[in-house]
Design a protein around this ligand. Sequence first.
Ligand SMILES: C[S@@+](CC[C@H](N)C(=O)[O-])C[C@H]1O[C@@H](n2cnc3c(N)ncnc32)[C@H](O)[C@@H]1O
Length: 241
Amino acid sequence: MADELFGHPRLAAIYDPLDPDRGDLDAYLRLAGQLGARQVLDVGCGTGVFALLLADRGIEVVGVDPARASVEVARGKPGGDRVRWICGDATALPPLQVDLVTMTANVAQAIVAPHTWQGTLKGAYEALRPGGHLVFETRDPARRAWEEWNRAASHRVTEIPGVGAVETWLELVEVSGPLVTFRGTYVFAADGRRFTSDSTLRFRERQEIEADLTAQGYLLHDVRDAPDRPGREFVFVAQRP
Ligand SMILES: C[S@@+](CC[C@H](N)C(=O)[O-])C[C@H]1O[C@@H](n2cnc3c(N)ncnc32)[C@H](O)[C@@H]1O
C-alpha cells in the first residue's frame, strides 16, 4: 500500500508545492541527453515531474508508480497526456524496450522488501533494450540522514496557492538496522485537517547494491555523487549488456 504522502489525494496534491526545487533532476536530464535516450521508463514517477520534463524534450516516456493519487496528479498536469502512466510497479510491467530506466528522488529506498527490490531490478532489466541503462540514487547510510528528520529541523509553514497555509514536520519513529521509519505530519490551515504519513526506507550499502545489480546481469559503469547533494548519495549507472 502506498504511503499516505503519495497515496492520499490531499497529500499527493501538495507534494510538488512542498518541494518545488527539483534541481536534483538536472543530472538525470543531462544523462538522458548524453545517452541519447529516446524512450525512458521512470519507475516511482510519483507526481510525474521528471517524466514530464523528459516528454517536453520529445522523449517517449512511461511513468509507473503504485500510488494512484500521485499518478492522477501527474496525469492531470499540462502535457500529462503525452506520457503513458501506469499505476503499479516494475515487477509487473507490460512489454517495453526502452533506452533508459530511472528512479529519481531515492525511490530505490522506498522499495523496502527484498523480493520487491530484486523484482524491480529484474523488471527494469527486462524493460531495457540490450545496451540500455538503469540510473538511480540512494542515500549513503554513513551520512545518517535520519538524524535530521525531527520536528525542530523540519518544521515549516508553506503557503500554497489555492490550498492555503500547510504546516509540516517530520519525526523519527524507529531505526531498526537498515530500516528507518519516520512520520510526516501535515496540517491544513484552511479546514484544520491534520494528516500523518508513515514511511519506511531501506538504507542499503553501496556494495550491497553493486552485488544486487551484478546478480541481475547488469554491468555497473559508475557510482557517482549527486551534484546537488555532494557526499550524501550514491548514484548508480548500470547497463544491460
Ligand atoms: C520520494 S517519491 C519520488 C517520486 C518521484 N520519483 C520524484 O522524483 O518526485 C518516492 C516514490 O516512490 C514510490 N514507490 C514506493 N514503492 C514503490 C515501488 N515498489 N515501485 C515503484 N515506486 C514505488 C512512491 O509511491 C513515491 O511516489
